[in-house]
Design a binder for this molecule. Structure first.
Ligand SMILES: *Cc1c(COP(=O)(O)O)cnc(C)c1O
Length: 387
């Protein structure tokens, strides 16, 4: 079965007991044991619940893994995976990793004696140079946020195998619809399912998928031990989101491609970051390892004043953190996702005061263009009138 079919026909489409056309929400924390000597599949809902398991099975299939695990948030999923490591271990992590991941590594894991080196993982030499005898894993986010830097997953896996390191990929931006890291040799995929997978800005959830049974057993053990599981209502909502993932991503990616081209030729826009543009430095690698470019793009309007003008004038996108929803979401990295970064470090990384990130939704793209045009050009007229 192909992706679109699998997202709908994954064994959960009919409730075997009633024929209901969706998996019931099993709102139960514990399960009667019909025989104490032969316990059932489920005993206590932290360890397993049928609704959560339906989601876990679905994401495992879609990512091409053997097991999936659902968590209370993307950060719960990511943090639980990091519990695989112990005092003295060293990790190599993408420099422009998600802010929450950076915080967990630098302010929590560091206290437990787990060290991290942040490197530009689009630069393979930099990865290799950072490897030490204590290194246990390479953690990559590709494309990265907000500049959509692309890391070459096949080559990173090759390096990791040479040094016997685990590879972990945050696949939030592309989802398995466009990118399946496990098929490229990666060991663990993590997701903020809050974003494209749920897709409607109404759930916070995280997912982990692995393709090796030993590793699956370790993650299952950690999920049950740490206990940051996804509740049943949110598991059900996330499963519903998965059903329309391909249709949503097709439309929003098409919109993003049109918008990227429109922005690139707009005289007020200094630079557009979108892997679908042939001018993007990661375009080639992205085309080789993913089947699409996704619905997130960033653009630089040249100054903080113009960025603020646009943020205050847009009518359609909500102005917010987060991404991957049916509605367009416009973010201001300098004041939102990267506010905690010292300005000089932020600028060094290319995250300027004029940088905006747009997660393109399902609105009619002509309406988004018209709205952005009025927001951008309002500033032009203000500047002209001031002259
Ligand atoms: C949002 C996000 C996370 C964190 O997920 P939460 O669900 O907010 O905990 C991790 N990685 C990426 C790339 C994200 O965008």
């Amino acid at each position: 079965m192909r992706f679109e079919t699998m997202a709908l026909h994954n064994g959960n489409e009919i409730d075997p007991h009633t024929g209901a056309a969706s998996i019931p929400i099993y709102q139960a924390s514990t399960f009667h044991q019909f025989s104490v000597d032969q316990p059932g599949v489920f005993d206590y809902a932290r360890s397993g619940n049928p609704t959560r398991q339906a989601l876990e099975n679905a994401i495992a299939k879609l990512e091409g893994g053997c097991r999936g695990y659902a968590f209370a948030s993307g950060m719960a999923a990511i943090s639980t995976v990091f519990l695989l490591f112990s005092r003295g271990d060293h990790l190599i992590v993408s420099q422009d990793v998600y802010g929450g991941t950076y915080r967990f590594l630098t302010q929590v894991l560091s206290r437990m004696g787990i060290k991290t080196t942040f490197v530009d993982t689009s630069n393979l030499q930099a990865i290799e140079a950072a490897i030490s005898p204590q290194t246990k894993a390479i953690y990559v986010e590709t494309p990265s946020n907000p500049l959509l830097k692309v890391s070459d997953l096949r080559r990173i896996v090759k390096i990791a195998k040479n040094y016997n390191l685990l590879t972990i990929v945050d696949n939030t931006f592309l989802t398995p619809y466009f990118q399946q890291p496990l098929s490229l040799g990666v060991d663990i995929v993590v997701h903020s399912a809050t974003k494209f997978i749920s897709g409607h800005s109404d759930v916070v959830a995280g997912l982990v998928v692995v393709k090796d049974l030993d590793l699956a057993e370790q993650i299952r053990f950690l999920q049950n031990s740490f206990g940051a599981i996804l509740g049943v209502q949110d598991s059900w909502l996330t499963l519903r989101g998965l059903k329309t993932l391909s249709a949503r991503l097709e439309t929003s990616t098409k919109n993003a491609e049109i918008l990227a081209c429109w922005l690139e030729q707009h005289p007020m826009i200094k630079k557009v970051y979108y892997t679908g543009l042939p001018t993007h430095p990661g375009h080639q690698v992205q085309t080789e390892q993913a089947s699409g470019h996704g619905a997130v793009l960033s653009f630089d309007v040249g100054s903080g004043a113009i960025a603020r003008q646009i943020l205050s004038k847009v009518q359609l996108p909500i102005v917010a953190v987060s991404l991957g929803a049916v509605e367009s979401i416009l973010s201001y990295p300098a004041k939102m996702s990267h506010a905690a970064m010292p300005p000089e470090v932020r600028l060094q990384h290319g995250i300027t005061d004029g940088l905006l990130r747009l997660s393109v939704g399902l609105e009619n793209v002509e309406d988004i263009i018209q709205d952005l045009a009025q927001a951008i050009e309002t500033k032009v007229s203000i500047m002209i009138s001031r002259k």
